[in-house]
Design a protein around this ligand. Structure first.
Ligand SMILES: [Zn+2]
Length: 357
């Protein structure tokens, strides 16, 4: 981590010194703290250490592993992701609202004003994302149109906080933190491909076989069997458009057989990554952050349906956040800080600005 940070810092100095308007650039760098930013993660899902029958062996999102692989294969990606993060923090700093993303480990939410009010003051209004769904299975009709529409409905409910919240008993300090993201989803088309491939893995093979359609303006979701007990993986903003989108285990869609992960919240979690959210524990120990200040620090994922309070890193984990690994029925919220990170990528110069009509 430190080596990477130093190289990025050197890069920043290099760019700053080459800029004709030195004073302006220096001022911006001082305002926008990138000191905790990292791209590689040292967190890996070590499947071999987990019991094959445990919940932990099944609840697995491979987004960070895929990111590590893409970074190692594409040196230019680090700089792109640094730029996306810089843009995000610049937007949040300018907004000056709580729940921003300048790091620091996140210290809980008590005492912060709730800014969960629409329209959000970023000039964007409601952001609608049109979605193409590609179903790739031996019998692609095994996932029905009803399930696909139900999945879109779950995304809309979760991102607008109109789901049925299941607040753990006594979880009073998170009671006002479920945010309305102002992001909606509409089904633009469903495509079915009968393909006998038993499992597609996490190397984007399914995307190569069935390329995304206009990923600059549409979220592409592939529904297939991934294998290895993996529920899904996503690509962060800034990556190659040929592999942009989200891959879901077919049985994780609402009504599928992947209980307790069959209420459609694998999609919510993976679309969170697609919109630039990290895992809530920061994919590391207590000091590694998810770049969101109103999510508490933790040192690892939570599983199952945790009782409240679950305390790690001297603070109460927000186990009900979509970016944790808990059961679908026990996760129900994004925070204002996460909302701000997601919306930042749609602002002028943002990595997903082209998705706006
Ligand atoms: Zn994930």
């Amino acid at each position: 981590m430190k080596k990477l940070f130093l190289s990025l810092a050197s890069l920043a100095i290099l760019f700053t010194s080459c800029n004709s308007d030195d004073s302006k650039e220096v001022t911006q760098d001082q305002q926008i703290d990138m000191s905790d930013f990292y791209v590689y993660t040292d967190f890996n899902d070590d499947l071999s250490s987990k019991s094959i029958n445990s919940k932990e062996s099944f609840k697995t999102c491979y987004t960070m592993d895929v990111l590590n692989k893409q970074l190692s294969e594409n040196p230019g990606l680090e700089k792109k992701m640094y730029d996306v993060e810089y843009h995000t923090r610049k937007f949040i700093t300018a907004k000056g609202k709580p729940g921003g993303g300048t790091g620091g480990g996140g210290g809980g939410t008590s005492g912060e004003a709730d800014v969960d009010v629409l329209p959000i003051n970023d000039g964007l209004g409601t952001i609608n994302i049109p979605v193409y769904v590609h179903i790739v299975l031996p019998n692609a009709n095994d996932v029905t149109n009803t399930q696909v529409q139900s999945q879109i409905n779950v995304l809309n409910d979760d991102f607008s906080s109109t789901n049925t919240n299941l607040l753990p008993s006594g979880a009073t300090n998170f009671v006002n933190d479920a945010t309305v993201s102002g992001i909606t989803f509409s089904l633009a088309g469903t495509f079915r491909y009968n393909n006998n491939t038993a499992s597609w893995g996490t190397n984007n093979a399914v995307k190569s076989a069935y390329p995304p359609i206009t990923p600059q303006t549409h979220l592409n979701i592939w529904v297939c069997n991934i294998g290895g007990g993996i529920l899904g993986y996503a690509q962060f903003p800034g990556g190659n458009s040929a592999t942009d989108g989200v891959v879901l285990l077919y049985s994780s869609l609402p009504g599928g057989s992947a209980a307790p992960y069959n209420l459609g919240r694998t999609a919510t979690h993976e679309v969170g990554h697609y919109l630039n959210l990290r895992h809530i524990w920061g994919d590391g120990k207590c000091r590694q952050d998810d770049f969101v200040t109103d999510t508490p620090s933790s040192d690892g994922a939570n599983y199952g349906c945790p009782s409240y309070p679950t305390i790690n890193c001297s603070s109460t984990d927000m186990t009900m956040n979509y970016m944790d690994y808990t059961d679908d029925a026990c996760m129900y919220m994004f925070t204002d800080g996460q909302r701000n990170r997601m919306r930042a990528i749609f602002t002028a110069g943002g990595a997903r600005e082209s998705m706006l009509p």
